[in-house]
Write a protein that binds this ligand. Structure first.
Ligand code: FAD
Length: 398
């Protein structure tokens, strides 16, 4: 049994600062010069690039040491995510996916055999795992999913279609949420790992999204795909509850992506308004520009404090759904607004691809949709505050 305590896992400010400095340097040297072009080309991160991130140890920061990870904190992993995402989200996404995405689910609720089989390859960058929850008719209403994972003795037969899957077609392992029995709603749902090379796995065409251009998105289709029963991660009736309590971790990664976009847009604006001259003076001399900048700083800082509180609770072993939903909702909406304000402060330059702000704004919209919309976070917030659920479905006819 692990004897790690919350105190062991707390980072000093200096440790986090050092890691931030390295991540910032890598982001600026390796990704900044190419971010604009890669976004335009919709290039994806190559396997070699993923291996490079692995060599830095960044794909296993928050994964257990016995499976190749560093057993570090989420605060550490998210410092790296933030610095990379300020410059180029697709690079940050690799660190996100490995540390707070489906691999982290596996590390927390998978079997020992699954961890041994799948985690080392993710830490080394050989493999990558995506998550399949959404379907054409099951978005916010995720528990309306119809994808089936039928258990037949020692095999599971997976049948269905998952939509909007980030890294769909690129990842070679999928954590697929599916119905494992006939119980309606969440209590019939479990999750199973499906490898992309299994007969019957197909991918839809790559989606052309407004943002997320370096992160491929596609339908993932399962046509009677057979996987061993050992690939089941969780079963009904409490599988979905376990999955969603861990999904809070992924939401803090999403929160960090948004925070990075807002912070980077603010930082760029601070420089720009002091350099850009109009009417013979730097535009920062105009009071409305000062007020805009102050509003941006207010929103970024508020989002950061909410995010830091939620991450600290998670690292201390006391994750809070309320704190996570508050943080995600605040950061998602902040990033959309602050990147928009930054574009305005940059005038026509803000509207040009060259300054990177329109890319950040496009990506900010994507992060607000992924992992549950701000509206759904708000419903969760009220449920947590009031200590009761709110049924979103129409009343049943008697
Ligand atoms: C960039 C991106 C990446 C994604 N990555 C993944 C991934 O890797 N894996 C995956 O499984 N899915 C992924 N998704 C899907 C994502 O989880 C869904 O898009 C999201 O949950 C919303 O579902 P929907 O798009 O079907 O919208 P809908 O659920 O149809 O919602 C439409 C609108 O109605 C509102 N709404 C719905 N229900 C309610 C309600 N009860 N109360 C108030 N408002 C409501 C929503 O807030 C929204 O504004 C991704 C999506 C995007 C855009």
């Amino acid at each position: 049994m692990s004897t790690t305590t919350a105190a062991d896992r707390a980072d000093t400010a200096d440790e986090l600062d050092d890691l931030r400095a390295v991540a910032k340097e890598v982001a600026n040297e390796r990704y900044a010069p190419f971010a604009e072009q890669w976004d335009r080309d919709r290039s994806t991160i190559s396997v070699q690039e993923r291996r490079y991130l692995a060599e830095l140890g960044w794909l296993g920061i928050a994964l257990p040491e016995e499976f190749g990870g560093a057993g570090g904190t989420f605060a550490q992993a998210l410092v790296v995510v933030e610095e990379l995402a300020k410059v180029y989200s697709p690079a940050a996404f690799q660190v996100f996916e490995a540390n707070v995405g489906p691999a982290q689910h596996l590390a927390r609720i998978g079997t020992e055999e699954q961890k041994r089989q799948f985690l080392p390859g993710i830490v080394s960058g050989e493999h990558t795992m995506a998550v399949g929850i959404s379907e054409p008719d099951a978005g916010s209403a995720a528990t309306d999913m119809v994808t089936k994972a039928e258990i037949r003795d020692d095999i599971v037969v997976v049948r269905g279609l998952k939509r909007w899957i980030s890294n769909g077609g690129e990842a070679d392992r999928y954590l697929v949420y599916a119905r494992m029995d006939d119980t309606p709603g969440s209590r019939g749902i479990g999750a199973v790992i499906v490898e992309s090379n299994r007969p019957g796995v197909r991918f839809g065409r790559r989606e052309r999204l407004m943002g997320f251009r370096g992160i491929p998105s596609a339908d993932v289709i399962f046509e009677d795909v057979e996987v061993p029963v050992e690939n089941i991660v969780v079963r009904p009736p409490d599988g979905f509850r376990k999955l969603f309590s861990n999904f809070s971790i992924e939401r803090l990664g999403n929160t960090t992506m948004s925070l990075a976009l807002g912070q980077a847009a603010l930082d760029k604006s601070i420089d720009y308004v002091q350099q850009r001259l109009q009417f013979g003076r730097p535009i920062v001399e105009f009071q409305s520009v000062q007020l805009t900048l102050a509003d941006m700083a207010l929103q970024v800082d508020a989002a950061r404090l909410l995010r830091d509180r939620a991450v600290a609770s998670l690292d201390a072993g006391t994750p809070s759904t309320l704190e996570v939903s508050l943080a995600k909702c605040a950061a998602n909406e902040m990033a959309k607004r602050v990147t928009d304000m930054a574009m305005a402060l940059h005038g026509a330059n803000g509207y040009s691809e060259e300054y990177g702000l329109e890319r950040m704004h496009r990506d900010a919209h994507g992060w607000a949709l992924a992992g549950g919309t701000p509206a759904m976070q708000r419903i969760r917030i009220v449920s947590e505050i009031l200590g009761r659920g709110f049924d979103q479905r129409p009343p049943r006819q008697s």
